[in-house]
Ligand binder design. Structure first.
Ligand code: PMP
Length: 359
């Protein structure tokens, strides 16, 4: 089957050595060997998340970990504030509503990052708020949220949790959950981790676990205590996605070896290179404070959805369209995973040819 170069926001291009791990025979997970593997993975995940808190692994996509975050710490009728700067911020609100959580939305203009003062005001107006939900990189616009500043405000609210979706932001942008006061952070395997989709991650603070004790939305499959208690003995409550977990083990080992700073800097260099090329072609990055690896641009000159199709059909490159009313105006390019200067050059060249064709 023909493979198109992936320059979307996940899944990503994955290096051959990691891909090959998935074709190894399956391991049985209830063994001492596999337990040792898990213990290594849990330690290395703490490094990736820059946290001392436990980080657990679900067989789910990122939305599964988002739902796990909501259901583990809240009860029906609780009140939550969520920052809505695009489809992923909105998803926090949708999950809360689905579970009968009362929501207070902080709407944020597309491409802008929330003003931390807006969060302070919302908290002052709603002192009974149980949790604030934010998104590190709002992947629909590529806007980076000032998590550190919001966490600083939340420090005055001991009865409120801070929950952050870092699905597309972790490993790409700085994220220091412990010192920034983040209680729960959720992510997934298919973005900066550059693994196949299918693993969800969640870190939980002591404070979040206290909330979980009385949360009546806690579900059977995502019960955080089952995961945290099993993780202590190097296990998971249910059958893990064995091949993906083996790939995660290798990925974390590679990240350790390269070092988080170097890993992020490599992504940053590629992002800068891509954005310089996009600017040369006349495109402006939408986000005021753009996240690493997510470049969303706005165009009125071209039909963005046509650009996406031509890139796919004539050049074998997948870039990401946008949904709804932005479909014809916004496209996004991701440089997560095994994308370097060579691939970015190829993408920019193809984009240049595409624009000529459309003119
Ligand atoms: N949050 C953010 C910020 C994302 O970018 C994504 C995936 N694009 C998700 C949540 C949802 O993840 P998934 O599609 O893996 O459920």
């Amino acid at each position: 089957m023909k493979h198109n170069l992936l320059m979307v926001l996940g899944p990503t291009e994955v290096e051959r050595d990691i891909l090959e791990v998935a074709s190894n025979p399956q391991d049985y997970m209830r063994t001492e060997d596999y337990t040792r593997k898990w213990l290594r993975i849990f330690e290395n995940l703490k490094y990736a998340f820059q946290t001392e808190n436990p980080v657990v692994v679900f067989a789910s996509s990122g939305t599964g970990s988002m739902e796990a975050a909501v259901t583990n710490v809240l009860s029906k009728g609780d009140k939550a504030i969520y920052i809505n700067g695009g489809s992923f911020g909105k998803r926090w609100g949708d999950i809360c509503l689905k579970h009968g959580v009362r929501t207070v939305e902080i709407p944020v203009e597309f491409g802008k990052s929330v003003e931390p003062e807006q969060v302070r005001t919302a908290l002052e107006e709603n002192p009974d708020t149980k949790a604030v939900f934010a998104t590190l990189n709002e992947t629909s616009s590529g806007a980076l949220t000032g998590i550190k500043a919001i966490g600083g405000i939340l420090k005055a609210y001991p009865d409120t949790l801070f929950v952050v979706d870092c699905v597309s932001g972790i490993l790409a942008d700085e994220f220091l959950p412990d010192s920034w006061g983040v209680d729960v952070a959720v992510s997934a395997s298919q973005k900066a981790f550059a693994l196949p989709p299918g693993l969800g991650f969640m870190s939980v603070s002591e404070k979040a676990l206290k909330f979980a004790e009385s949360a009546d939305l806690r579900s059977f499959y995502f019960d955080i205590f089952d995961y945290v208690n099993n993780a202590k003995r190097g296990q998971t409550p249910f059958t893990p996605a064995v091949s993906l977990v083996n790939q995660l083990d290798k990925r974390l080992e590679k990240i350790r070896k390269e070092g988080l700073e170097n890993f992020r800097a490599r992504y940053r260099k590629n992002t800068d290179y891509l954005r310089a090329g996009l600017e040369k072609l006349g495109f402006k990055i939408i986000a005021e404070n753009p996240a690493n690896c997510t470049s969303a641009v706005y165009t009125t000159e071209y039909d963005a959805s046509q650009i996406v199709s031509i890139m796919r059909e004539k050049h074998g490159i997948e870039i990401a369209p946008s949904g709804g009313e932005l479909k014809t105006h916004v496209f996004r390019i991701g440089n997560y995973g095994n994308i370097g200067e060579k691939e970015i050059k190829k993408c920019l060249k193809a984009l240049e040819v595409t624009l000529k064709e459309l003119r």
